[in-house]
Design a protein around this ligand. Structure first.
Ligand SMILES: NC(=O)c1ccc[n+]([C@@H]2O[C@H](COP(=O)([O-])OP(=O)(O)OC[C@H]3O[C@@H](n4cnc5c(N)ncnc54)[C@H](O)[C@@H]3O)[C@@H](O)[C@H]2O)c1
Length: 347
């Protein structure tokens, strides 16, 4: 299958590109190469005849039409987005333009391309979204696909809006869509502004390891390569017009997650004295910080037979090792704008 992937130079998109290529799919990677992108993420497939890169911004409808015309994809996996909640607090406009208008452009380009091709039943538009659209949970309960949307940050509101557009394009125009909402990802090639790489890299640099609030916010942690596997399964086997929640079955408080990471690091690269945990520093919380996310994975498990392959301990072990082995990847990214700074305080 020829899959047009948007955001394929980002964290999750590049995992999808690598996995799909390894399974024999042709890939057209469309990415605007924002601050969050890194083409090294897809270096292992870049020289393949089955891979093409298009430097394109999804806010540019004309450019998108030309890319679809040139490559004639069988399916679209739409991951391009502004993805960092803290940046959405300081400057929401990019989130509105890319996540909402960009998704609208992707839908319109896909609809026009699919209509001209005679509306093939096999075409798929797979929209990749987040569990953050459901809002914040208390101590009990889990997000199912029927949980009402209740986004609380500019990021999650923009993703919620994009999900509504995708569903509307299916209901109104018959576009063959599938939609997924996943929990927090972690793993190799994670951009060094997100919690897991910040913890590893600050620990190694002997800097404070910042934890927002009391560290009691709970997330369900999903290894990125498991996520990519689930996404390809939904693309191929998901029911049209249906959404699937994807979780890691690994709920942890942020503090538990950080302590697990630092225990692994203490074992793999012990400090001369003491533990990396001594570097933990509690800082002012993120405004509107959602307390808990938890995914009920029943639908994807029962309809498609999918479960994550690793526990969070196994996934974090692989992740720490990857960062220890790949300094040449992360070191230059630390110079990009805003990385290493406290963001998201301008509420
Ligand atoms: N990271 C997570 O834990 C997580 C969880 C749930 C859902 N998601 C969703 O998964 C998708 C991918 O997330 P990620 O963490 O890989 O993000 P990322 O920030 O690492 O990568 C985003 C990619 O999109 C590209 N991009 C941004 N704006 C663009 C534009 N206007 N035109 C074309 N390309 C553009 C960037 O250059 C980058 O390569 C997003 O849609 C995000 O909402 C992420």
């Amino acid at each position: 299958m020829k899959i047009l992937v948007t955001g394929g130079a980002g964290f999750i998109g590049s995992a999808v590109v690598r996995l799909a290529a390894s399974r024999g799919h042709e890939i057209v990677n469309c990415d605007a190469l924002t601050y969050a992108a890194c083409l090294d993420n897809v270096a292992e497939v870049a020289s393949s005849d089955s891979y093409a890169f298009e430097h394109v911004d999804i806010r540019d409808r004309t450019a998108l039409d030309a890319v679809f015309e040139r490559h004639k994809p069988d399916a679209v996996m739409h991951l391009a987005a502004e993805s960092h909640v803290d940046r959405s607090i300081d400057g929401p406009s990019d989130f509105i333009e890319t996540n909402i208008t960009g998704t609208f452009n992707m839908l319109e380009t896909s609809r026009s391309y699919w209509t001209k091709a005679g509306k093939p039943e096999t075409f798929r538009f797979h929209h990749i979204s987040t569990d953050e659209v459901y809002g914040s949970l208390g101590a009990e309960g889990m997000f199912t696909e029927d949980t009402p949307y209740d986004p609380r940050s500019p990021y999650s509101a923009s993703k919620a809006a994009s999900d509504h557009l995708v569903n509307a394009w299916h209901e109104t125009f018959g576009l063959p869509v599938v939609l997924t909402n996943c929990s927090n990802n972690y793993g190799p090639f994670h951009f060094p502004e997100k919690l897991v790489p910040v913890v590893i890299l600050n620990a190694l640099a002997d800097r404070d390891i910042p934890i927002y609030g009391k560290g009691d916010n709970i997330r369900d942690w999903l290894y990125v390569e498991d996520h990519a596997d689930a996404l390809l399964l939904v693309l191929e086997k998901g029911k049209l017009g249906r959404s699937y929640n994807i979780g890691g079955e690994n709920e942890r408080t942020n503090l538990q997650l950080v302590e697990t990471l630092l225990t692994i690091l203490d074992e793999k690269r012990p400090k001369a004295e003491g533990s990396y945990k001594d570097q933990i520093t509690f800082v002012a919380d993120r405004p509107g910080h959602d307390q808990r996310y938890a995914i009920d994975p029943t639908r994807i498990r029962e309809e498609l037979g999918w479960r994550p392959s690793v526990t969070v301990e196994e996934g974090l072990e692989k992740t720490v090792q990857w960062y220890l082995d790949n300094e040449s990847w992360w070191r230059p990214l630390q110079d990009r704008k805003g990385v290493g700074e406290r963001l998201g305080t301008k509420a």
